[in-house]
Design a protein. Structure first.
Length: 318
C-alpha cells in the first residue's frame, strides 16, 4: 500500500517541509499486530490462557511497567476505567446531544478492583491477565511507539534511496512531534527551528516559543478531550487510585526526550503527578515546559524560549 505522508511542522507554524511517497505497510502491520494482541489478551483475561506476542509488544509492555515503577498513577491496566468513563468518545458528541454523563461511584469502585499492573503475567513472549475483566489500555504509550517506528522507517528510506541518514524531516501527530536530521537547510530558509504555543485561555493569542534541544516533544493536557457535566469539567486522563479524572492545577505539560515513547509516557505522568514531579525529571535528564492555571510557566533551564504574552510569569528551573 502506497501513501503520501505529509510531514509538517507544528500546527502553529504551518510550514510544509517534505512530501514522501513511502510504503507504510510496515507501520500499518505493526499497529494492527499491537491492537490485535491487546484485544486477544483482554478477551482472555482471567482464563489462564497465554497470548503469544512479538518483540514490539513485549517492548511496549515492559516500557509501561518501567514507568509504573516511577509513578503508581501510571498503570496500563486502567482499561476498564477508561471504558467506563468513555470520555474520548463522549467528547465528540455528548455536548451536542446534551447526553454527557459520569458513572456512578458504585461502578467506579467495581472496576477499580481490576486495575493492577502486577496482575500482568509475562512468560518470555507469552502474556496473560490474571483477573477476569482486566483490560490493557495503550492510550498513553501507543502513539509514542508508532512515531518512533515511523521515524526509523523514514530514516531508512532516505538512507536506502538517497544515501542520506541526516535528511531533515518532522513528524507531527497532534500533540506529539519528532524531528530528525540536519536542520541547516531549513534554518537557512525559515530561521531557527521552534515550537509555538498559544494561550490556552485565549487560543488566538500567542504565548511562548521554545527552541527544542531534544528530538521528541510530547504534550498532555485537558484542552481537547473532556466532557462537562453540571458545569464541572472532566478530563480524559484518569486516576487509577481515585477512579476519577485527575484534578490538577496544570493546564498543559510538554516533555522533550530522545525517544517519543518515553516522552509520551512522561508527559502523562507529569500531568498526573503535578509540578513536584520535576525533581524526578531532573534525574532522568528530561526537559519540560509546564503551564498552570494561574498564568505561570515552568521551564527547564537549558531550553531557549521567547515569551510572547506578558500575562504569564516565567519560572526557570535549574
Amino acid at each position: 500500500m502506497k501513501k503520501l505522508l505529509e510531514l509538517i511542522f507544528h500546527k502553529f507554524t504551518k510550514v510544509f517541509i517534505q512530501k514522501l511517497d513511502i510504503d507504510n505497510k510496515i507501520i500499518k502491520d505493526n499497529n494492527e499486530k499491537l491492537e490485535k494482541s491487546q484485544n486477544t489478551i483482554n478477551d482472555l483475561s482471567g482464563k489462564n490462557i497465554y497470548t503469544d506476542v512479538d518483540d514490539d509488544f513485549l517492548y511496549v509492555i515492559n516500557k509501561a511497567i518501567e514507568y509504573h515503577q516511577l509513578s503508581n498513577l501510571y498503570d496500563i491496566t486502567i482499561g476498564p476505567l477508561t471504558n467506563l468513563w468513555n470520555i474520548s468518545n463522549q467528547a465528540e458528541y455528548c455536548s451536542i446531544t446534551n447526553s454527557c454523563h459520569i458513572p456512578t461511584l458504585e461502578k467506579i469502585n467495581n472496576v477499580k478492583k481490576l486495575i493492577n499492573i502486577n496482575n500482568i503475567d509475562i512468560n518470555n513472549h507469552k502474556i496473560l491477565l490474571k483477573e477476569e475483566g482486566m483490560k490493557l489500555d495503550f492510550g498513553s504509550i501507543a502513539k509514542g511507539f508508532a512515531i518512533d517506528k515511523i521515524n526509523e522507517l523514514i530514516i531508512n528510506y532516505f538512507k536506502e534511496n538517497y544515501q542520506d541518514e541526516e535528511r531533515f524531516f518532522i513528524i507531527n501527530f497532534g500533540g506529539s512531534i519528532n524531528y530528525h536530521g540536519n536542520t541547516t537547510n531549513y534554518e537557512n530558509k525559515y530561521g531557527e527551528l521552534y515550537i509555538s504555543y498559544n494561550d490556552i485561555n485565549n487560543p488566538s493569542d500567542s504565548l511562548i516559543n521554545i527552541y527544542p534541544n531534544k528530538n521528541n516533544i510530547v504534550s498532555s493536557g485537558n484542552m481537547e478531550r473532556y466532557i462537562i457535566v453540571d458545569d464541572v469539567k472532566y478530563s480524559h486522563i484518569l486516576s487509577p487510585i481515585t477512579g476519577y479524572p485527575i484534578e490538577t492545577n496544570l493546564s498543559l505539560v510538554s516533555i522533550m526526550n530522545d525517544t517519543n515513547i518515553d516522552a509520551d509516557c512522561l508527559s502523562t505522568i507529569l500531568y498526573m503527578e503535578g509540578i513536584e514531579f520535576i525533581n524526578k525529571l531532573k534525574e532522568l535528564n528530561t526537559d519540560y515546559l509546564i503551564i498552570d492555571k494561574d498564568y505561570n510557566i515552568y521551564i527547564s533551564s537549558n531550553i531557549k524560549y521567547k515569551l510572547l504574552n506578558s500575562n504569564y510569569q516565567i519560572h526557570i528551573i535549574q
